[in-house]
Design a protein around this ligand. Structure first.
Ligand SMILES: [Zn+2]
Ligand SMILES: [Zn+2]
Length: 364
């Protein structure tokens, strides 16, 4: 066997290739040659497959990624058990291994130590890395997660949970809906394929396509299209800059179903201690990136640097006054309210000036 063949992790490679191929072939053959199904079977089972795909995907983004890899919130044991149970059916490895690899990815982004470095190519970051023994066998480095009994259990019995949730559960639901075979193929094999691809896009597309509003040092990018494909993980530039924030899309309208699910869980008492980065830190990072773009502009020293200082100061003053207002006595409240409003207006006016200035500098 050649050296290259020895480097291949055959179990993962064969699964990644054969699962979609066999699922599609079996589905086509069954639909063409069998007469024991109806259109209502296909409709119901496809509906279940879609819901199950969303749930599996969310359990990876909300559970593996934001809860365990980054500890961006705390979950009630009931939610933990649910997320670990469903996510096993995504066939992306155990939570312990996945989270450990992901932490290494953040720590060594774009270097040779990054398990899915985009510098080794789009295909490598997307799927190729999982087909190599050296990446698959990376030692686990997550002592905090190894102490978590639920995570440890899922890791120790992973293959049983993966087959049980990934294939047997869809087969049983399919049986209950009138066709076990379609349940296995559509909500099992094909759903696993689509869920896997959604996650893989985070490692490939999110390091290739999009904007870099918060940091230009590394390859991670923000993209709405990728966010749609990955349940909100496409705001990857923000995420790599502020990895402990439970949000990836920070504005309320940013497409981030994972963020909304965590907020919903918090409303029902299933999640708590949601971590967020302070607005002032996000603002500083954004302004810094915009400033860098115009470091050679004729406006830089004379206009951009001074206005940048003014924005930072007016925002800090607004925050300080807000704090003082909250603790002010009754006699000072009216006066403070006016001051807070004025500080807000000043900050917003500075931001408007910044936008105009950046636009003018871009046009030169
Ligand atoms: Zn990344
Ligand atoms: Zn991450």
């Amino acid at each position: 066997m050649s050296q290259n063949m020895k480097k291949i992790c055959w179990s993962v490679t064969l699964f990644l290739i054969l699962n979609p191929l066999i699922s599609i072939a079996m589905l086509v053959l069954y639909l063409v040659f069998s007469s024991s199904y109806s259109t209502s079977h296909i409709g119901w089972i496809t509906g279940f497959g879609l819901i199950f795909a969303v749930l599996t995907n969310l359990s990876i983004t909300m559970g593996y990624h934001r809860l365990y890899a980054h500890k961006s919130f705390e979950a009630h044991p009931v939610l933990e058990a649910f997320l670990l149970f469903i996510s096993a059916g995504a066939f992306q490895g155990s939570c312990l291994k996945w989270s450990s690899d992901h932490r290494i990815h953040h720590r060594f982004e774009d270097t040779d130590k990054d398990p899915y470095s985009i510098n080794k190519g789009f295909w490598y970051a997307h799927m190729g890395w999982m087909m190599r023994n050296e990446s698959v066998n990376l030692p686990i480095q997550a002592p905090d997660l190894q102490k978590n009994k639920l995570v440890k259990h899922q890791h120790d019995y992973y293959i049983f949970w993966a087959i049980g949730v990934g294939y047997l559960l869809p087969l049983l639901v399919g049986y209950a809906l009138g066709n076990a075979f379609l349940g296995l193929v559509i909500a099992g094999g094909l759903r696993i394929f689509f869920t896997q691809q959604s996650t893989f896009f985070v490692n490939s597309l999110s390091h290739t396509m999009g904007k870099t509003p918060y940091s230009t040092e590394k390859s991670a990018k923000d993209s709405l299209i990728v966010a749609f494909l990955t349940h909100g993980e496409g705001y990857h530039n923000f995420h790599h800059k502020f990895q402990f924030d439970y949000r990836n899309g920070i504005r309320w309208y940013h497409w981030d179903p994972t963020k909304w699910s965590i907020q919903l869980a918090a409303l029902t008492g299933l999640a708590r201690k949601l971590k967020t980065v302070h607005f002032s830190e996000i603002l500083k990072a954004r302004l810094q990136v915009e400033m860098e773009k115009f470091s050679h502009s004729k406006f830089y020293e004379e206009r951009i640097v001074p206005l940048h200082e003014k924005i930072i100061q007016s925002q800090a003053r607004f925050e300080q006054l807000k704090l003082e207002y909250k603790t002010a006595g009754q006699e000072k409240v009216d006066m403070m309210r006016a001051e807070v409003k004025l500080a807000k207006i000043e900050f917003k006016a500075n931001m408007k000036m910044w936008k105009v200035l950046v636009k003018s500098a871009s046009a030169v």
